[in-house]
Design a protein around this ligand. Sequence first.
Ligand code: NAP
Ligand code: ZN
Ligand code: ZN
Length: 349
Amino acid sequence: MVPSRGYAAQSADSALAPFAFERREPGPTDVQIDILYCGVCHSDLHTARSEWGGTRYPCVPGHEIVGRVARVGARVSRFKAGDNVGVGCMVDSCRTCSSCAEGLEQYCENGFTGTYNGPEQGTGGNTYGGYSDRIVVDEKFVLKICHPAEQLAAVAPLLCAGITTWSPLKQWNAGPGRVVGVVGLGGLGHMGVKLARALGARVVLFTTSPGKAADALRLGAHEVVISTDDKAMAAWRNRFDLILNTVAAPHDLDPFLGMLRRDGTLVLVGAPPSPHRSPGVFSLILKRRRLAGSLIGGIAETQEMLDFCAEHGIVSDIETIPIASINEAYERMLRSDVKYRFVIDMASL
Ligand code: NAP
Ligand code: ZN
Ligand code: ZN
């Protein structure tokens, strides 16, 4: 076994604290990774506090992992010691169902294995995430990182916030000539703005925080709308091809549906612990509008996104923190006070 250290929540209402545990000994197709940085996703908070229910404790969150390969199993062909690599939200899937065959492991018909909160394929055991010093992952679920070494911390959030916004932007054809809205300027939202802009779309950012407007423009939005300003909101009716909603709290979806043109789509990626109010049927039927959801992205698609970002010089805007500040970081995240992703420097562990 591989002795490991990290930070874990022991229950839904306890703070994260130091935790010692063991990783599996690397098998023939496994890669053992020394973790350098781990991004802090709002899903980590939802899970650590069991806001979605079903959290298994101890819970070591973290699925925006960047590290360096320490050693590889005998049959590993794509990685060698010293390589810079990433691990995102999944560490395994059944690999045999139709979704896995299509490279859509996140929709595995038999359930993928989350990087944390398991269950591990075969054993059903709990998995422990990236708020830790090392991790052992099958090479199929390890990503290559081509960004320069000095950007590695800022690459970490691409592994969840990046792919979660990239996948729906690609699925619904964000690009030149398309008007794309992004709702919420947090970790996901700021990547949504950067990626939609880089793909060539016209980008409008909706925020409840007027103080973020200047940043939104700097990050790539063409326009910013304060979503609490009804008059400003009304000006955008029937104008969008696609709106990506990243908000982590329940809110009224009707104003956003009303902004879609005919056949436009509102995609929910934000996953609040309690439901949004049901949208009005007329918001949908009068213009054949669609309400959709999207879950992270597949492994091949994640590599495609990482390569696109390396080529276009795209990384996340981050605030690096020592791991001992994780509980305070969660409180700031709840106040929408993140610019725009916390990343744990694992040297602090
Ligand atoms: P985050 O950094 O906390 O950003 C969420 C943003 O939502 C905030 O910055 C804020 O933006 C806005 N917001 C928060 N509370 C709000 C409220 N009451 N009303 C309106 N807007 C509010 O979180 P994140 O890491 O980006 O994650 C966002 C959500 O996506 C979480 O629920 C997370 O679990 C989920 N998620 C889903 C997937 C997936 O695969 N679908 C993957 C990762 C994460 P403004 O200040 O600009 O208003
Ligand atoms: Zn995440
Ligand atoms: Zn599968």
